[in-house]
Design a protein around this ligand. Structure first.
Ligand code: UDP
Length: 239
């Protein structure tokens, strides 16, 4: 069923902020439903899908710290925020008739399975979407780092970073109208040019493990399936 598809097992990274839609905080149910239907299009093709979801729509540790809160305390709140988003995405996927499992890096057993690598892989093989919540389970990390880590652990073919911009530009396209988009770029060039794709910890982990990253616009219907089919949209970061 996965013939004609470029990738067979993907790790989709969605930011928490993307879930806000046009809101200032929290979760926009319409946006959530859109994401679920995008994911359905690729699971229908037999693609194995794992998702790492951020928490920035609810809480970020650095934001807490800048208001005087202990950073680790704030990061714990951020990690729990990703579990909340994971639960919301799980519901939306179930509404689409997709089997899902939520695995958390922080133990919260009444709510989510613990992260167990072999079990996660088994779920994927059975066609279940696995959502990884709780980030890496450690403070001072981001969900981008969690995305790269989990992608490597489960042997994903690629990380798909779904954003609201359609790729990596020479400058921020929301601020500079002369910015141009890259179709392909190397890890080294991203670093040399000081472009922002992910935080450095996440980015170099991906580079060292030769795991390509594709940044694409997740808010345009059909895009996720196009990327998985190998269409040349977004920007691909390669060795
Ligand atoms: N976080 C953490 N460790 C992790 C992942 C996340 O402590 O491994 C916390 C951190 O405070 C972060 C928050 O969870 O600010 C939400 O994650 P992130 O900022 O990556 O979400 P996104 O920007 O994707 O919405």
């Amino acid at each position: 069923a996965t013939k004609n598809m470029k990738y067979k097992r993907i790790l989709l990274k969605l930011s928490g902020e993307a879930l806000m839609g046009d809101r200032q905080y929290g979760i926009d149910p319409k946006r959530l439903a859109n994401y679920a239907s995008e994911i359905k299009q690729v699971t229908d093709k037999g693609i194995e899908v794992a998702v790492v979801i951020g928490g920035g729509n609810i809480f970020r540790g650095v934001a807490g710290a800048s208001n005087g809160m202990d950073r680790v305390q704030g990061d714990h709140m951020g990690m729990l925020a990703t579990v909340i988003n994971g639960l919301a995405l799980q519901s939306a996927l179930e509404d689409e008739g997709i089997q899902t499992r939520l695995q958390s890096a922080v133990q919260i057993n009444e709510v989510a399975e613990p992260f167990i690598r072999r079990r996660a892989i088994r779920h994927l093989e059975k066609g279940r979407v696995v959502i990884f919540g709780g980030g890496t389970g450690n403070p001072y990390f981001t969900t981008d780092s969690a995305a790269v880590l989990r992608a490597i652990e489960i042997g994903a073919d690629v990380i798909l970073k779904g954003t609201r911009v359609d790729g990596i530009y020479t400058a921020d396209p929301e601020k500079d109208e002369n910015a141009t988009k890259f179709d392909n770029i190397t890890f080294d060039d991203v670093l040399k040019k000081g472009l922002k794709v992910m935080d450095t910890t996440a980015f170099t982990l991906s580079q060292e493990n030769e795991l390509p990253i594709i940044v694409f616009d997740m808010n345009t219907p059909g895009n996720l399936l196009k990327v998985v089919s190998g269409d040349n949209i977004g920007t691909k970061v390669n060795l």
